[in-house]
Write a protein that binds this ligand. Structure first.
Ligand code: NAP
Length: 681
């Protein structure tokens, strides 16, 4: 029987033997797993010395391109992964959830990084903070990649999505990864890593794989390494308290189990679309991946008067769920990942039944289609009706197709009951009543990482209670691990060190590559609009004006745009306004006049103005005022292709030096001028 190989120190290696893991459907041995022979100290060192420097040499956009290419490559091989995934007991739908979900995370991160991160190696966060009275000293946050390895210890239920959701942000941050899959389904992860390694898309050392137990892995973590864990709350507690993790303050993120809840609104009585949505969602959450989802609904909170109706409707749907061999097309729910898992789920159901009664399904018997129910880890969906005052429904996670219906009487009560789970990954509220939704969501929020509100309007596009979208936070407080994985760029930044850098505006400009207010401006080099990116420098400035603003200008603008707001048109009414002494120029007139002052009109390297950021009108402009504008190149962000983005600090001042308006003008500027042949198409 094949012994799974690990990919460490730039090569594949396999132990002589290992623990057997079995096909969840047939019970046949699939592979043997052991990390025997893996030198974890050398593996981490290899990642730090090889993968780290190679990734840090790339810009965010270059790393995003790698992530995209890995996602595209894996998409080509989905069928191979589905086939292996089926051996974990997954239906094709379940496999797609895992495999396509994981690929989707890669592609989502790649595109987000290209859109929202600069084509640079580090990230400058937020605006400068002025620290001195006269602007001679300021501070700014800079994020640089950690110099260690992002170690991921994953759960068995998502062997593809689990590692990829951690790999994507680590790669984009410039940090190499070591993947340690759960032994039970490591053969799927190993096949996925093999595809990545064989593709040659990533630099050496960027991804390593250690199949089998974690051995002494944690003993070799350093202050620059990170540990990302997904699994049970019990293991999370153990890893969090590891002496090296504690002693070296290793960055630790845990995504653990939780007793997620779904609340049926008091308005959602039988016959309403929301009642049906609630029932359908609950059955989906119970049966997808045979309920082996950390986000699945374990506690179904229902108004006390609706308990029987919900049980009846859920039962009717569960009765149609065919359990069996995922290869059989009629099968809706496959097997649990292993026979041991089934025993654990049965133990969980027993504990839950102590606090209520079984109302649908039998954990010890199930009719199985197309497979041997003795050898495969099949189990029936199980619905319980519980006593909400007992501790078990709020404490026991039966990690399978198991949910408990719990009654509530009032909004305050359901909020209090939900909190007894002591921290959850995901919750949902199903209602058409916006006031109810608001009260419950805000009440639940401190105990939840994500809350989905479902009603008839959003339902057609709802992403579902159990699916964490990569752009939104995944994680939860307390029992859920206290971590925050995914969440768009937040999780990229988890792999970087945020450093507050303080200094003079000139120093901050040099260090961050962004012009900082108070730093020198260069007005001697000609109009910056005549410079392509090859010549343009941060700090290049044009000062233009003055230009007097007349009453005729204001009236002309009002007439032309039909913006005849009284503050521009009626002297007495304007003067009665607490902000003005009389008629004032339109803010947009000021911005337009400023553009008329600073632009260089002839065709040139500035190709387009694509927006304005942070526009503020700070002092009113009256007829007779004279405007000057100072436009300074603040940030240059080259893109692939023939042009890049240039951000211009723009300050419009009046004759007395007061600032009328301040904003950033955003332009596209050619890398070379004239444009190279073919680059205009
Ligand atoms: P688990 O038993 O806690 O194992 C998770 C991982 O930790 C496995 O890779 C396991 O390796 C490893 N591990 C166990 N003991 C360890 C130790 N002392 N040192 C280092 N590593 C250790 O959880 P599981 O049974 O695989 O997964 C099911 C649980 O995960 C459920 O409770 C579920 O709710 C939770 N989960 C949470 C999320 C989330 O995003 N929050 C997602 C999926 C699952 P071996 O397999 O080699 O023992």
């Amino acid at each position: 029987m094949a012994v799974l190989r690990s990919y460490v120190n730039g090569r594949w290696q396999a132990p002589d033997d290992g623990q057997p893991v079995h096909d969840a459907v047939t019970g046949e041995e699939v592979a043997r797993v052991s990390s025997h022979g893996v030198d974890f100290a050398a593996t981490l060192d290899y990642g730090r010395r090889t993968g780290g420097p190679a990734l840090r040499a790339l810009t965010f956009h270059q790393r995003a391109a790698l992530v995209k290419s890995v996602g595209t490559m894996l998409r080509e091989h989905r069928d191979e992964l589905y086939a292996l995934s089926a051996r974990t007991g997954a239906t094709l739908f379940d496999s797609k959830f895992d495999v396509d979900g994981g690929i989707g995370v890669l592609l989502s991160y790649a595109s987000k990084a290209r859109r929202e991160l600069p084509d640079e190696r580090c990230y400058v966060e937020g605006p400068p903070e002025r620290l001195g009275k006269t602007g001679l000293f300021a501070g700014r946050h800079v994020l640089t990649p950690m110099l260690g390895v992002a170690v991921q210890v994953n759960a068995f239920n998502f062997p593809v999505w689990g590692p990829l959701e951690k790999l994507a942000p680590a790669l984009i941050a410039g940090v190499p990864s070591l993947i340690k899959p759960a032994s039970l389904t490591a053969y799927v992860t190993a096949a996925m890593v093999e595809l990545i390694v064989d593709s040659g898309l990533l630099p050496a050392g960027a991804v390593q794989l250690a199949c089998g137990g974690a051995g002494d892995l944690l003993d070799h973590l350093t202050e620059q390494d990170m540990l990302g864990f997904t699994g049970s709350a019990a293991t999370a507690r153990r890893l969090r308290a590891h002496p090296v993790v504690v002693g070296r303050a290793v960055r630790f993120n845990a995504e653990a189990d939780s007793l997620n809840c779904s609340v049926l609104g008091q308005d959602a009585v039988p016959g309403t679309p929301e009642f049906d949505l609630y029932v359908k969602q609950l059955v989906t959450e119970m049966t997808v991946k045979a309920g082996q989802k950390c986000t699945a609904i374990r506690r179904a909170f229902v108004p006390a008067g609706q308990v029987d109706a919900v049980i009846e409707a859920v039962g009717a749907r569960l009765a149609k769920v065919v359990v069996g061999n995922p290869a059989d097309e009629s099968v809706r729910m496959g097997a649990l990942a292993g026979l041991e898992q089934r025993e654990e789920v049965r133990r969980g159901v027993k504990a839950l039944a102590n606090a209520g009664r079984l109302v649908w399904g039998d954990p010890d018997h199930v009719e199985v289609s197309g497979a041997d129910d003795e050898r495969g880890a099949f189990i029936s969906p199980v619905l319980l009706a519980g006593d909400a005052d007992r501790p078990e429904p709020h404490e026991v996670e039966a990690f399978g197709p198991v949910s408990t219906v719990l009654p509530y009487e009032s909004v305050a009560e359901v909020i209090e009951l939900a909190a007894r789970g002591r921290g959850s990954l995901a919750g949902s509220v199903v209602t058409a009543d916006a006031d109810f939704a608001r009260e419950v969501v805000l009440g639940l929020a401190p105990w939840h990482g994500r809350i989905l509100v479902l009603d008839r309007e959003g339902a057609p596009e709802s992403t579902g209670h159990g699916a964490p979208p990569p752009v939104l936070v995944h994680g939860g407080p307390g029992r859920a691990g206290g971590g925050e994985e995914l969440g768009g760029l937040r999780s990229v930044f988890h792999h970087m060190q945020r450093t507050a850098v303080q200094g003079s505006p000139g120093m901050l400009t040099a260090i961050t590559g962004r012009w900082t207010s108070g730093a020198e401006r260069d007005t001697a080099g000609g109009h910056p609009f005549r410079k392509s990116l090859a010549d343009l420098r941060v700090g290049d400035t044009v000062v233009a004006g003055p230009r007097a603003v007349t009453l005729a200008d204001i009236e002309h603008f009002a007439e032309f745009t039909k913006d005849t707001f009284y503050a521009h048109m009626d002297e007495a009414a304007a003067a009665a306004n607490p902000f003005f002494e009389g008629r004032v120029a339109h803010g947009y007139l000021v911005v337009s006049l400023a553009a008329g002052l600073f632009v260089d009109p002839d065709p040139g390297p500035v190709l387009a103005n694509y927006g304005i950021d942070d526009l503020r009108f700070l002092t009113p402009v009256y007829p007779g005022d004279e405007l000057k504008v100072t436009l300074t190149c603040k940030q240059i962000s080259p893109r692939d292709g023939a042009y890049g983005e240039v951000r211009w600090d723009t300050e419009v001042t009046k004759q007395d030096g007061s600032v009328a308006a301040r904003y950033d003008v955003l332009t596209m500027v050619a890398k070379q001028w004239p444009l190279a042949e073919g680059s205009t198409s």
